[in-house]
Design a protein around this ligand. Structure first.
Ligand code: ZN
Ligand code: ZN
Length: 328
């Protein structure tokens, strides 16, 4: 059962409706009133790339955070080590005006209660064990607006259950591709899944996703392939072929792709500008260089000198449309 109302933007129909009215200006106008004040000094409005301004306002579509009441329950630390207050400070430091909390499920976050328009949650059940499908379903029924992130684990019942839920709840699904971890989940075969679910909104990210912007990529190159990009890899081809496929720029893998060959990365971004999404995947509490993935990505993107129109799309408007942020 699909519980979203027509304003949530998650169904094909309402997204089309949104697209019809959503030029960059319309999206900017739909941003909450507070955003103008939150823009970095020197930026007069969202989409204005004033030289010298620290960063462009952005929607971070790949954030990880656990609620304070669950801190310490994650033995591996990671995002569990950062308080909600530190998360909010981090997002402010990188000029995130809205964020998607992956695996936020149906949790009560204090920052969400305070500013509900700035956050949405995705449903996930990453760790094996128990009925993972039920966890995702419960979170979707509890208001999660997407599914992810999940490793692409290949042909297992949970995979199809998640995809069926993405279709039936009409929510996007975010996959992390890393074949060395799940050898049965062959990246080059994934297009068959996209073709099997033509109404589902897919988002890709991770090691193989970014490696495969190069047509000579092989997983044996490891997580951080170097050298100039040979355009026309699978990721590039699929983004051209499938309009329901979107590109999440988050993490070290995204940074690596931007930095190894900025000129061809720029061409890739321009080619797929309507489906590029800024994401951090950063769990640091600093929000600054040299350790913050988000800050590094922002510098790498600055270096590309993308047009204001393309920046507006990848930082703000593509995500606003796709996730139906109620930014007004
Ligand atoms: Zn992540
Ligand atoms: Zn960071």
């Amino acid at each position: 059962m699909h519980h979203c109302d027509s304003a949530c933007g998650c169904s094909k129909m309402s997204r089309r409706g949104f697209l019809a009215v959503a030029g960059a200006a319309a999206v900017a106008a739909a941003l909450p009133r507070g955003l103008a004040q939150e823009a970095a000094p020197g930026q007069t409005s969202a989409g204005t790339d004033a030289r010298g301004a620290p960063t462009h306002p952005l929607i971070d579509m790949h954030a990880h955070q656990v609620p304070d009441f669950m801190r310490g329950q994650n033995p591996k630390g990671g995002a569990g080590g950062r308080t909600e207050k530190e998360f909010v400070a981090h997002q402010k430091a990188v000029n995130a005006v809205a964020s998607v909390i992956l695996g936020g499920n149906d949790y009560d976050f204090e920052f969400m209660k305070a500013e509900p328009n700035k956050y949405i949650r995705f449903a996930s059940a990453q760790r094996a064990g128990g009925d993972r499908g039920l966890v995702v379903e419960k979170a979707l029924k509890g208001g999660a607006k997407g599914i992810g992130e999940h490793r692409w684990e290949g042909d297992i019942p949970f995979t199809w259950r998640m995809l069926d839920m993405a279709r039936d709840f009409k929510v996007p699904i975010l996959f992390h591709f890393e074949e060395v971890l799940f050898p049965a989940a062959v990246f080059s075969e994934f297009y068959k899944v996209i073709e099997k679910y033509p109404t589902v909104t897919f988002i890709g990210h991770g090691i193989d996703w970014w490696g495969a912007i190069d047509k000579n990529y092989h997983k044996s190159q490891g997580g951080r392939p170097r050298g100039l990009i040979n355009p026309g890899g699978l990721t590039d081809q699929w983004l051209s072929r499938y309009p329901n496929l979107h590109c999440d720029m988050s993490a070290g893998s995204g940074n690596n792709a931007l930095l190894r060959d900025p000129y061809r990365a720029k061409e890739f971004i321009i080619r797929h500008q309507d489906r590029m999404l800024f994401g951090s995947d950063c769990n640091c509490s600093a929000g600054g260089t040299p350790t913050c993935w988000t800050a590094i990505k922002l510098m790498a993107l600055n270096y590309l000198e993308l047009s204001p129109e393309v920046q507006q799309k990848l930082y703000i408007s593509n995500a606003a449309k796709l996730f139906g942020f109620k930014l007004s």
